[in-house]
Design a protein around this ligand. Structure first.
Ligand code: KPL
Length: 311
């Protein structure tokens, strides 16, 4: 199986590295030239959970034009706001049978990709793996979490099982799911409970569970998002806040993706996470003051560096 990782940041690079342990042929693609140059020079370095460092030699590209072979599967791990541009950029290197699997944060990614390549070519997914970019060419595995893959209509198709098998061969816990839409909401709730709080305070994921004020704030934000999910017909029957705490603990040393964005003075995914809860809440007539405040605070923080950069 030829696998293209579209958006080889911290998470995409980790998944690519792991999948390269299988018989599959994995290519990394990212616009981060320094990351690509470093991987080309010395391989991709992964600081493992036990502190050891592994090195993976795998092809990395900073432009789709240099990719010569058509991928069987494109795993999309770009930021949600880059989805359309990124998928558009690789359309010419794909063929009719190429399947796109989104493992992104936020709601609406499956829909955006489907509009471009057709619903039958897109699988939905979610992952709670944690990864941090330490420097170009080097990432830290910040915690193991489950990965789910499924058809949006819930059919457990052979291609879903094939992809899950590849993840398992790469020693990542993966499951075929007949309820991906609900799981995407569950993942959203996990991000609602962790990402903005860590980005605003500079704490690691584990401290969201450990520090009482952070835990309370997280619980309030998650409760609002839970009510919104229910109003949209997604009956989340697990104790979702327990799940948030479990992910925070499992990825305790990880810096959430939003915190990494703020640290690197990059645009965050706040609109696709807490912002989405506010928007859907408005549609359903549910007040979401905690998520609105978190979103406004993250926008304020972003403005301090994005505006400076634009000037
Ligand atoms: O998805 C994540 C993220 O940081 O975006 C978690 C699971 C919270 C890991 O950090």
């Amino acid at each position: 199986m030829r696998i293209l990782i579209l958006g080889a940041g911290a998470l995409g690079s980790l998944i690519g590295a792991r999948l390269s342990r299988t018989n599959g042929q994995v290519l990394l693609l990212t616009t981060d030239r320094e990351h690509v140059a470093s991987i080309q020079q010395r391989g991709l370095l992964v600081e493992e959970l036990d502190g050891s460092t592994s090195r993976y030699y795998l092809p990395a590209h900073d432009h789709p034009h240099t990719i010569s072979e058509k991928p069987d599967i494109v795993i999309v791990t770009v930021k949600s706001y880059d989805t359309v541009a990124a998928v558009h950029s690789v359309m010419d290197c794909c063929c009719a049978s190429t399947v796109f699997l989104t493992l992104q944060n936020g709601i609406g990614n499956w829909e955006s990709i489907s509009q471009m390549v057709g619903e039958e070519s897109v699988l939905a997914g979610s992952t709670a793996q944690g990864a941090t970019m330490l420097e170009p060419g080097m990432i830290r595995h910040g915690g193991n979490g489950q990965t789910h893959v499924g058809e949006i209509n819930g059919r457990l198709s052979p291609r879903v099982h094939r992809i899950v098998d590849v993840f398992r061969q790469a020693e990542m816990e993966a499951h075929a799911s007949d309820a991906m839409q609900r799981l995407i909401w569950e993942k959203l709730l996990i991000n609602v409970g962790i990402n903005a709080i860590t980005a605003l305070t500079g704490i690691t994921n584990g401290l969201v569970a450990e520090l009482e004020p952070a835990r309370h704030l997280s619980q309030s934000a998650v409760q609002e998002a839970f009510d919104v999910a229910r109003a949209r017909g997604f009956a989340i029957d697990v104790d979702i806040f327990e799940r948030v705490l479990a992910v925070a603990k499992a990825t305790a040393t990880n810096r959430s993706s939003m915190r990494q964005d703020v640290d690197r003075k990059k645009r965050t995914e706040i609109d696709a996470i807490n912002g989405a809860v506010v928007r859907f809440g408005q549609e359903a007539g549910i007040a979401t003051p905690v998520n609105q405040s978190l979103a406004r605070l993250v926008h304020t923080l972003e403005a301090t560096y994005l505006i400076k950069e634009a000037n």
